[in-house]
Design a protein around this ligand. Structure first.
Ligand code: NDP
Length: 302
C-alpha cells in the first residue's frame, strides 16, 4: 500500500511509519519541514493528494508543549493546526481522481465528559462541554467527506487516550521526575486515566488502513484508542513507581496544575474519562500491551 501521513514526523507518526514500512508499505509524510519522503501542506493544497491507498492525519500543535504558555494564540494554534490540516486532506481526497480506500483521522477522548462512573464506548452520545471537546467536534467535522466521496473512501476516526511510549508524549516528560523519586499522583488520583501504548495505537491505525470488503458507510467508523484495562491516575502512578523501583510519595495538587498549565488544559491530567475500546476489540484488533505492567515494562526497558 502507499500511505500518506499528515504529521507523520511526530511521536505517533514515527511508530506508524516503522510499522507500515516493516510490512512493506510505502510512506509519504506531509510536513512543515522539507526532507526525503516528505511533501508540504502547500504541495497538497496546490497539487492535490499524491496517488495513495490510505491517508492518515496526525498533525497538530502539541497540547502539552511545556514551552508554550496557555493563552489565546496557543489555543488558536491548537485548533488551526488540527482543523486546517484535516480540511486540506478531506478536500484533497474529495478532489482526487484516484481517492484512497481509507481515510483515518486520529483525534482524542476529550470529547467524552470526565466522570468517575460513566463508561464511554464509541457508541456513546456526546456534545461539546468545554474547550477541548469543542476542538474534537470541529476537528472531526473537518474530516467528514462529501457523500459522493464517502461512497468510495472509508472514513475512520480513532480517539486515543494518553499515548505512552519511550520516545515522546507524556512519558517523555514524566520519566525524569519519576526516576528521581519525585513522581506522585496528580490531583485526587481517583480520576480515570485512559491510555494506550504507542505500538498499539500504530497497530489500530494500520488495522484501520487495511482494505475492507463491501462499500463503505457514509458515516465514519469510530474506534477508541485506549487499552482495555480501565485504570486511575493512582494506579498508573503506582505501576510506574513499581516498574522504576522508585517511591511515588509526592502528590501534585490540582490547583498547582491549574496555575502552571492553565485550567482548561490541566483537566487532561486532573480529570479523566472511563473509555472502553468496544468497537476496537470487536473489529478483531488484539492489543500487544493490554495492561499497565506490560506497557510500562516495555517503555522503561525492563
Ligand atoms: P506530535 O506532537 O508528535 O505532533 C505531530 C506532528 O504535528 C508534528 O511532528 C508536526 O509535524 C505536526 N505539527 C505540530 N505543530 C503543528 C502546527 N502548528 N501546524 C501543523 N502541523 C503541526 O503529536 P503525536 O504524534 O503525539 O500525536 C498525533 C496526533 O494524535 C495529534 O493530533 C494529537 O493531538 C493526537 N493525540 C495524541 C496523544 C498523545 O498522548 N500523544 C493523545 C491523544 C491524541 P511537522 O513538524 O513535520 O510539520
Amino acid at each position: 500500500m502507499r500511505v500518506v501521513i499528515g504529521g507523520g514526523s511526530g511521536f505517533v507518526g514515527r511508530e506508524l511509519t516503522r510499522l507500515l514500512k516493516s510490512k512493506g508499505h510505502e510512506i509519504t509524510i506531509i510536513s512543515r519541514q522539507p526532507g526525503p519522503g516528505k511533501i508540504s501542506w502547500a504541495d497538497v493544497e496546490s497539487g492535490g493528494l499524491p496517488p495513495c491507498d490510505g491517508t492518515v492525519n496526525l498533525a497538530g500543535e502539541n497540547i502539552m508543549n511545556p514551552l508554550r504558555w496557555w493563552n489565546k494564540s496557543y489555543k488558536k494554534d491548537l485548533f488551526s493546526s488540527r482543523v486546517n490540516t484535516t480540511k486540506i486532506l478531506a478536500q484533497a481526497i474529495a478532489a482526487s481522481p484516484t481517492p484512497p480506500h481509507s481515510w483515518v483521522l486520529v483525534t482524542g477522548v476529550a470529547c467524552y465528559k470526565p466522570c468517575l462512573q460513566t463508561q464511554y464506548t464509541e457508541e456513546s452520545d456526546w456534545t461539546p462541554f468545554d474547550l477541548l471537546s469543542r476542538l474534537v467536534k470541529e476537528w472531526e467535522a473537518a474530516g467528514q467527506l462529501p457523500e459522493n466521496s464517502a461512497k468510495k473512501t472509508r472514513q475512520v476516526i480513532i480517539r486515543p487516550g494518553a499515548v505512552l511510549g519511550r520516545d515522546g508524549g507524556a512519558m517523555k516528560q514524566m520519566l525524569i521526575p519519576f526516576w528521581l523519586g519525585l513522581g506522585g499522583t496528580l490531583g485526587s488520583g481517583r480520576q480515570p486515566f485512559p491510555w494506550i501504548h504507542v505500538s498499539d495505537l500504530a497497530g489500530i491505525i494500520a488495522h484501520a488502513l487495511e482494505p475492507k470488503e463491501g462499500p463503505p458507510s457514509t458515516e465514519p467508523d469510530v474506534f477508541n484508542g485506549v487499552s482495555p484495562s480501565l485504570n486511575t491516575n493512582f494506579e498508573f502512578t503506582k505501576a510506574l513507581g513499581r516498574t522504576l523501583k522508585r517511591p511515588t510519595i509526592f502528590p501534585v495538587p490540582g490547583f498547582f496544575l491549574d496555575v502552571f498549565l492553565g485550567s482548561e488544559r490541566a483537566v487532561i491530567l486532573t480529570q479523566g474519562q472511563k473509555v472502553v475500546p468496544k468497537k476496537t476489540l470487536e473489529s478483531g484488533f488484539e492489543f500487544q500491551y493490554p495492561d499497565l505492567t506490560s506497557a510500562l515494562k516495555e517503555i522503561v526497558g525492563y
